[in-house]
Design a protein around this ligand. Structure first.
Ligand SMILES: CC1=C(CCC(=O)O)c2cc3nc(cc4[nH]c(cc5[nH]c(cc1n2)c(C)c5CCC(=O)O)c(CCC(=O)O)c4C)C(CCC(=O)O)=C3C
Ligand SMILES: [Fe+2]
Length: 391
């Protein structure tokens, strides 16, 4: 057994039982997104929302604003969620489920509280939430559960609306499948390019597969997933889930002998605070020095090709690679790939009808109801949530 397999086995053995919930007759699905600006005038107010309450000066926000300004002040994330909302609604209807899909955001219009108010006014009472984040972390799970509790409070709908949440779906075949196809195609093409450039057959070591995800503070990473008695490494459930999915993608793509690594992107915050490493650009630079000739860049941590993917990968990481003479390709995110949309409908089916809870790693299927104390923000206060054992 490899050391990773040993790690997943020891963690899986220590996790609390991951039992599913009873089937529930939901009457709407809520697609809950991050939100993004849709014009130059939106950019600073949006960034103030994201960094809300922490008093980050506008000069610092302008540094991040540059990423959005380069695209006319428009993040692609809202359009991607509009498309996903429509695709999922069509798929649910095709299965004979009368489940409209409504959409709300954490950081920009349509704001979550407005969406809940409208859903309630339209007569909906039992809402199943789908968050556009596949892994366990404060930003990707608990913060959304806090947003839901706050929106219920703000709208006065606490007790009026039942709000549950679909489990983190990092290892669901619908999420993993598009990455498998992407990695397989890109690795083959880059090997061919290397072979053409060198006039010899590419060796498996010539092309490195880099699975990239959002860096988070190391202290926050350590707090991801259930804590009691689970022997996580320093990166917590967050790192473990990404490692498990990366290994799965390589196997399923038929590339088990090809070297791969987990790397991180989009770090922010004070340089003195430790965040998960290595940074993708630093790693690409080292690999070029070691004689690697090509890199497959896999945005494993993300659901759609939003700004973190366009700026930090397509712009920065691709430039790092090509300026060092490497061949490189960035793999697509799941987006509205039919495999992903079908997988999301299957996840709805688990909760609606008790359908089989599919999961392709030893860590899953993840919890329908988050265990007490998981994914706390070590830098913040404990706030009310929904969909948790400690809610
Ligand atoms: C884990 C994670 C995900 C993946 C899970 C998920 O998808 O939720 C994610 C997604 C996203 N993050 C996004 C944008 C931003 N994240 C920021 C800041 C931060 N992210 C963090 C973590 C994550 N972030 C953290 C620990 C911070 C610093 C602390 C803080 O500020 O909370 C900042 C502030 C400026 C800065 O500090 O760089 C911005 C503008 C967008 C929208 C892109 C678009 O508009 O297309 C998306 C999808
Ligand atoms: Fe972020």
């Amino acid at each position: 057994m490899s050391t990773l397999e040993d790690y997943f086995a020891s963690v899986a053995g220590a996790l609390p039982a991951r039992v599913g919930t009873e089937p529930t007759p939901y009457d709407a699905v809520l697609l809950l997104g991050f939100g993004g600006p849709e014009g130059q005038d939106d950019v600073l107010p949006y960034l103030r929302n994201v960094t809300g309450g922490r008093g980050i000066p506008d000069e610092r926000l302008e540094e991040v604003a540059v990423h959005y300004r380069a695209y006319g002040g428009v993040s692609p994330i809202n359009d991607q969620n509009r498309q996903l909302r429509a695709a999922l609604e069509t798929e649910l209807a095709a299965r004979g489920w009368d489940l409209p899909v409504v959409w709300g955001n954490r950081n920009w219009a349509p704001y979550l509280a407005d969406t809940l108010r409208e859903a309630h006014a339209a007569g909906h009472r039992r809402i199943l939430t789908l968050v556009t984040s596949a892994y366990s972390s404060y930003s990707g799970c608990r913060q959304y559960r806090e947003d839901l509790a706050r929106a219920l409070d703000e709208t006065g709908l606490t007790g009026e609306l039942q709000i549950d949440k679909i489990r983190q779906y990092f290892d669901h075949p619908g999420f993993v499948g598009p990455f498998v196809d992407g990695v397989q195609g890109a690795t083959g093409r880059l090997r061919e390019q290397v072979a053409q450039a060198t006039g010899a057959q590419a060796s498996p070591d010539d092309v490195r597969v880099l699975f990239s995800t959002h860096s988070i503070p190391t202290r926050a990473a350590g707090a991801t997933g259930p804590q009691e008695g689970v022997p996580w490494r320093d990166g917590g459930a967050y790192e473990a889930q990404h490692l498990a999915v990366a290994e799965l993608v390589m196997d399923a793509a038929g590339l088990a002998g090809t070297p791969w690594e987990l790397v991180y992107q989009s770090r922010s915050g004070a340089p003195t605070t430790p965040w998960l490493e290595p940074d993708i650009n630093d790693r690409i630079t080292e690999l070029a020095g070691e004689g690697v000739r090509g890199v497959v860049i896999v945005p494993l941590g993300f659901v759609s090709d939003h700004m973190e993917v366009l700026w930090d990968l397509d712009n920065e990481a691709m430039t790092t690679a090509t300026s060092l003479g490497l061949v490189a390709e960035r793999v697509p995110t799941p987006g509205v790939d039919p495999q992903f949309v079908t997988g999301l409908a299957d996840l709805v089916g688990e909760r609606l009808e008790g359908a089989t809870r599919r999961s392709d790693t030893r860590l899953g299927p993840w919890f329908d109801v988050c265990p007490a104390g998981c994914c706390l923000n070590p830098a913040g206060a404990v706030k009310p949530t929904v969909a948790g054992a400690d809610s």
